[in-house]
Design a protein around this ligand. Structure first.
Ligand code: PDD
Length: 285
């Protein structure tokens, strides 16, 4: 088992130097990414990730030079060559390398890089729950695009880290509404109803979020409200949790030092996590 990377057609060691200084990913954060998870040697929900990858590229007008079949094949290859059975794959596509000008260069040849490493899922967090802080959402107005330009997210996560919390819950100051987590989607359960922010330009359409809403919540007969809510409303929730590829469904037991519900992972949250694991088993085992 070894950590392995891929760059523009060849497999390389992760620390090998390959990227040009004038890659627009470096200079402008001009690129998109996806993070997928591998269970038992199979990539879960890859089709949904590839679909979102295409959309991000279309929105940023990055030419699509890698077809879905190729991306699927590279995923299979990196899993097989790394021999990692339970791992995380990160891939990014930057627009191109060119002398620095803001507008798109005439000749655009996108770069694809991919890294596979051991699984980064914190099952301990799923069992105990995590602490979260509130952080102002200072990101741009196209959070629906999964761009590598993540400074707003990075600053929020650092704020959480400095407060010994594991996630930052973002809110827009102008509306006093929660959007999502710094690297996750946020949900609350109140009076047996699941609440989450609707899909628009203020949040990323998480693959895990979609699976939860389309498959897990209906299985549990859980009503869903896709409507933005305030931090005050969130603090009165019975349960709170975040979803992402690497966090799956992770309970939040305190927000800004205030206990959520009973201060332990909630029943609905646990049932949703179980339902999610059943889907993973069905697809990957
Ligand atoms: N982040 N919202 C934001 C801002 C995210 O960065 C992520 C994922 C999600 C959840 O998306 P998904 O369910 O498709 O993983 C929501 C990834 C994991 C990351 O940046 O590492």
């Amino acid at each position: 088992m070894k950590e392995l990377s891929f760059f523009d057609g060849t497999f390389i060691q992760t620390n090998e130097k390959k990227v040009c200084i004038e890659d627009r990913g470096y200079q402008f954060g001009d690129g998109i990414y996806e993070a997928t998870h591998v269970y038992n040697g199979k990539c879960f929900a890859l089709e949904r990730h590839l679909k979102r990858c295409r959309r991000s590229m279309r929105e940023l007008r990055i030419p699509i030079t890698y077809m879905d079949e190729e991306l699927r094949a590279i995923h299979e290859d990196i899993i097989q060559k790394s021999q990692i059975k339970d791992g995380s794959i990160y891939f990014q596509i930057t627009r191109c390398t060119a002398p620095r000008v803001h507008y798109f260069p005439e000749k655009v040849i996108p770069h694809l890089s991919m890294t596979m490493r051991q699984s980064d899922i914190h099952s301990d967090w799923q069992e105990t729950g995590i602490h979260a802080v509130l952080s102002e959402d200072i990101r741009w107005l196209r959070c629906d695009i999964k761009t590598i330009n993540l400074l707003g997210n990075v600053l929020a996560k650092q704020h959480a880290h400095e407060k010994d919390a594991q996630e930052a819950v973002l809110f827009r100051k102008e509306t006093n509404l929660i959007t999502e987590g710094s690297s996750s989607n946020l949900f609350i359960v109140k009076d047996e109803v699941l609440w989450t922010h609707p899909i628009n330009n203020f949040i990323l359409k998480g693959v895990t979020r979609s699976i939860l809403l389309e498959e897990c919540a209906p299985q549990l007969g859980l009503p869903v409200v896709e409507k933005a809510f305030s931090p005050q409303f969130a603090l009165s929730a019975d349960e709170m949790f975040v979803t992402s590829t690497s966090m799956e469904v992770t309970p939040i037991i305190s927000l800004e030092g205030t206990t959520i519900g009973k201060g332990t992972p909630g029943k609905v949250t646990q049932k949703l996590l179980q339902a999610y694991h059943v889907l993973v088993k069905k697809e990957c085992y």
